[in-house]
Design a protein around this ligand. Sequence first.
Ligand SMILES: NC(=O)c1ccc[n+]([C@@H]2O[C@H](COP(=O)([O-])OP(=O)(O)OC[C@H]3O[C@@H](n4cnc5c(N)ncnc54)[C@H](OP(=O)(O)O)[C@@H]3O)[C@@H](O)[C@H]2O)c1
Length: 242
Amino acid sequence: MNEPRVAVVTGANRGIGLEICRQLAAAGDIKVMATSRDEAKGRAAVAQLSAEGLRAEWYQLDVTDAVSIRRCVDDITTAHQHIDILINNAGIFPDTQGASASSWPSVFDADLDTMRRGMETNVYGPLRLCQEIVPHMKKRGYGRIVNMSSGMGQLTHMNGGCPSYRLSKAGLNALTRILSEELEGTNILVNCMCPGWVRTDMGGPNATRELPEGADTAVYLATLPEDGPTGGFFRDRKPFEW
Ligand SMILES: NC(=O)c1ccc[n+]([C@@H]2O[C@H](COP(=O)([O-])OP(=O)(O)OC[C@H]3O[C@@H](n4cnc5c(N)ncnc54)[C@H](OP(=O)(O)O)[C@@H]3O)[C@@H](O)[C@H]2O)c1
């Protein structure tokens, strides 16, 4: 593709999402749409990138709000005609914020409203965004979708505790497979990934990875060549066990 690709990043105001915007903007031939639910935080993030000499545009987007999603996609496609890359990064850790493993809640104490909140943000948000954006990708015969999952969604190593987060990320992995199969042969590649344990508000101060490492695989998957993989789960640019 000769003209710059247009990339939409959700939850771009901080953490891994902001770092993904930074790396995409530094790539040079990608127009970065940094979205966030809060305007002040989103504009501050874009200003931070601008101070680093990197360009991104801000759009309002709450991934749990269908009206916000529709408006965001309409505004971006009106301004730029197309969307080529979608990075479903926005996520919440609904069980507890910043609790230690020893105090993670049991499935037997799980509050169903909390679980529904996790699904709304971590699964149905990405699903709604795909429903709105994939038709635009199909028109151009090009698309790269990256779903930010977690090792906590791996079935092979599924453990107890944190049922809301685990279930939602396992659901996001399943969504990745469903999308990729339905999009076979369209040049729209859909993959999910684990960033590792990254030092962010969610990951906490003891996390072992810095932001650039956490964002790297997302940028790799967002810029895959036409013969790149689809329907995969990745970590550190390599296939990761489901
Ligand atoms: N950090 C890790 O170790 C780690 C490990 C595995 C996977 N992940 C995944 O990586 C992704 C990013 O995590 P992070 O560590 O960067 O977390 P973070 O620092 O907590 O950032 C989360 C981002 O998601 C946004 N968000 C939450 N709900 C939203 C909504 N309804 N609409 C739009 N944006 C929303 C937040 O916006 P506000 O500022 O408005 O809240 C924030 O920008 C998440 O999907 C997470 O599950 C992280």
